[in-house]
Design a binder for this molecule. Sequence first.
Ligand SMILES: *Cc1c(COP(=O)(O)O)cnc(C)c1O
Length: 328
Amino acid sequence: MAFIEINKNNLLHNIDIIQKTSNKEICAVIKDNAYGHGILQIAKILQEVGIKRVCVRNNMEAKLVQPFFEEILVFFPELTYNGMNISYTISDLKSLKKCRHKKIHLKFDTGMHRNALSLENLDEILEMAFKKFEVKGVFSHFCCSDEVGNDTFIQLQRFKELKNKVVEFCKKNNYEIPKFHIANSDAIFKLPKSDLFDYVRPGIALYGGMKNENLKPVMSLWGEAIKVMEIKKNQYVGYNKKYKFEKDTKVTLIDLGYSDGILYFDKELSLKETKAVGKISMDSVSVIGEYKKVCIFDDVREFVKNYPYTITYDILTKLKPNIKRVVV
Ligand SMILES: *Cc1c(COP(=O)(O)O)cnc(C)c1O
């Protein structure tokens, strides 16, 4: 059976790098099944090394990892009360009014224009939020931290101004000052420590999926042989005869297809040691050579080069949860 290997040492190595680079508390982003790595497997390792805070996508994910952490920040929460150690992201006025859960982080738009509160209504929002909720955090998200350019610095400036206003508001009204956080993976490596505020929120850096040679890939994906075939010269393999063999060739059919989340391809795909050939099928694909098991990738940064239109995040998060995750 196909499986995913989680390299624990590499994850620990990445955490160490992030810790040393940022010198801040890590709020590890484990949304979307920990970027496909397996949310429970990753949560256990994070807990072992003393990570206290994580970000998840929804209440379902929060519930899964609730035993492992002090605080779980839900990016897209239900608005009902929840008794557990969970904080909800508030990113619009309607949720601010409707939310029944006490612990929240306010998410402000500093330039991403996606899903966050507008700074225009700041006074009104702060009045309402601090009166009604326990505001544990105030945060924002960068739109372009993976680029060179001014955008990150403009957003950073807005966030600093926001922080000053919130701190002033809290002091004036005797509220506890919340934690501030804005840095995703790219920002952690780009900005000086002094611009990283209280928490950092690394996602892809944890998993070694970004361009940074100091980070190591955590996931490798393996298929197992269904059978080995001998394909003759001038024969083809798979649907629509997309790949023709120039000579007699041993080919292994393995038990992974596009239904497992491998992105579609219709002729060939470079793997670590060999290549996959023909159109990928729903539940299987052929690779050149005779194997018991085949590594599809052990560094998503290399594998992504097969696909000019996508990113490492996409490849990782598409891998279905039913593939067995093994920590090694
Ligand atoms: C996904 C996400 C992150 C992590 O981003 P990376 O680029 O993977 O580090 C951080 N903050 C928010 C709000 C996110 O949605």
